[in-house]
Design a protein. Structure first.
Length: 251
């Protein structure tokens, strides 16, 4: 056994469209996530969503920190809204599983990094809400790019003294962008750590003492292999998070 912290990543479950059994439930996760964690010095392990929430306490007892990955739109009913036409089909099993994971992580003081959907789930779990499509926020800025995901696509402004400031020591930078929803009401207990030029919330962090919870709206895992400043910043973010998990492990 090494001294590397173990980082659990919750995967997606979706119906197969490409292989032998169309409609068959399959566990999926972009390989970028475990690759980015391993490159930052962590040991990635995958945790698969289940209807049996009683599995989670034992699963989380095996890891030092948790990553909530990208994926489907969060069910609007969870933030008290009716679904609008622009909203994608929800995944109730994954929503419930990740809510329970956040509840247990908070109770255990376990660090959490949310990415894209992970930010949106976190904001919903803590009592915030989402715009079901960015157009509903009044913004006309494009946040769903079609470009190479390893290349940064729009600017962000980083809040002084936020976790991003700590990880990067930068006030302004650029990130990629593959989301069609954004935070509407920021949840109580969350502070905005970065915004896009249109005001879109691009990063948040938890202000309470129970656990270290941070989340970003972009996809650092898709940039972390790039030989560029964007790649360097993505790697620095994963290193910052793995070091946080290591600190807890050593404690
Ligand atoms: Mn964006």
């Amino acid at each position: 056994m090494s001294n590397r912290p173990v980082i659990g990543i919750i995967t997606n479950v979706e119906l197969d469209r490409h292989y032998l059994f169309p409609g068959y439930p399959r566990v999926t996760l972009n390989e970028d996530y475990p690759r980015s964690i391993a490159a930052a010095g962590g040991v990635p392990v995958l945790i698969t969503p289940s209807k049996d929430l009683s599995l989670l306490a034992d699963q989380l007892s095996l890891v030092d920190a948790l990553v909530l990955a990208g994926g489907q739109d969060v069910d609007p009913l969870l933030y008290g809204a009716e679904p609008r036409t622009e909203c994608g089909a929800p995944n109730p099993t994954r929503d419930a599983f990740e809510f329970e994971a956040l509840r247990l992580a908070r109770a255990a003081g376990m660090p959490v990094l949310g990415i894209c959907r992970g930010l949106q789930v976190t904001n919903t779990f803590l009592g915030g809400s989402l715009h079901q499509d960015i157009s509903h926020s009044g913004s006309t800025q494009r946040h769903m790019m079609e470009a190479n995901p390893a290349v940064a696509a729009h600017g962000i402004t980083v809040e002084p003294d936020s976790f991003l400031d700590e990880a990067w020591h930068l006030a302004q930078t650029t990130v990629n962008s593959f989301h069609h929803q954004v935070v509407d009401r920021v949840a109580p207990g969350l502070a905005v750590a970065a915004r896009a030029a249109d005001g879109a919330v691009e990063a948040v962090e938890y202000t309470g003492d129970e656990f270290d919870l941070v989340a970003v709206q972009w996809h650092p895992e898709m940039m972390s292999a790039a030989d560029s400043p964007a790649g360097e910043q993505a790697r620095a973010l994963f290193t910052w998070f793995v070091d946080l998990a290591a600190g807890r492990w050593e404690a």
